[in-house]
Design a protein around this ligand. Structure first.
Ligand SMILES: [Fe+2]
Length: 268
């Protein structure tokens, strides 16, 4: 009864399927990750192995095996499948052929840039093309791309082309470096981030926890912002339409203030 009254926490980006990519090494590690997620309050978790390292059949079979083991332990968590796809010219073809998996058979597809050091000039066209064929892209861990760290306003290109920006929870705590932390905070304060996810790879490497980051976001901005991020992740797995974010351009482009730098360092 108590659990039912809690808001549903959804993690849409997690490398939990064992042996498919650089995520969970084996079933024991995968189950350990699920236990952490459940303890943290996550009730729906999307397994998103790197698409170039496995195929859709292996994803489904491995997910079913993990579901069975999780059920044996009576873990209160729904496991959904997807893939983390690179934004390459053949992505649409792969989706249409069923080689690439959207999140839980929804319209939503998790994509990442193939090269994190460059902002591709073709990005708006590629994202727009996906949208025109009925898919909706979610751009993974946007704060980790070097061009976004240098020029956060680049995210406007992706938003305008129909993508929802996703931030990694641990970036808010500086686990991916100072530049990623600054970028994550900037994007969230400007209202440019739509989704928070763990991008967990093991119980120790970016563990599947969201609650602390949601609390941090509430403190940095407002409880409503954190709630909006949580609800958007739920809307994704329910295949609902989500309006694009409407960021504050001034906050995106303004240089970080001394106060912002200090707040980032001291963690408030
Ligand atoms: Fe990932």
């Amino acid at each position: 009864m108590e659990q039912r009254s809690l808001p549903v926490q959804v993690d849409i980006h997690c490398h939990v399927l064992p042996g498919l990519d650089d995520g969970a090494r084996d079933l024991d590690q995968a189950l350990a990750m699920l236990r952490i997620a459940v303890q943290d309050g996550t009730r729906i978790l999307v397994a998103t192995p790197h698409a170039r390292r496995c195929d859709a059949h292996a994803v489904r079979v491995t997910a079913e095996l993990l579901r069975e083991r999780a059920a044996e332990e009576e873990l209160a968590l729904e496991l959904v499948v997807g893939m983390e796809e690179q934004l390459l010219p053949d992505l649409l073809e792969r989706l249409q052929a069923g080689a690439a998996l959207p999140i839980g058979n929804t319209r939503w597809v998790l994509v990442e840039l193939p090269d994190w050091t460059e902002w591709p000039v073709t990005l708006p066209t590629q994202l727009h093309e996906l949208c025109c064929t009925g898919f909706r892209p979610i751009l993974a861990h946007v704060e980790r791309y070097i061009p976004i760290q240098r020029e956060p306003a680049l995210i406007l290109d992706a938003i305008q082309a129909g993508a929802l920006p996703q931030i990694n929870a641990d970036s808010l705590f500086g686990q991916n470096g100072y530049a990623a932390q600054q970028a994550a905070i900037r994007l969230i304060r400007a209202g440019a981030a739509s989704i928070l996810a763990s991008d967990a790879h093991s119980p120790d490497w970016r563990a599947p926890r969201l609650r602390g980051a949601l609390e941090r976001i509430a403190a940095l901005t407002s409880p409503e912002t954190a709630e909006h991020l949580r609800k958007t992740a739920l809307a994704i797995v329910q295949d609902q339409d989500v309006p694009p974010p409407d960021p504050d351009r001034e906050l995106l482009t303004a240089p970080p203030t001394l106060l912002e730098r200090v707040r980032t360092w001291v963690g408030v």
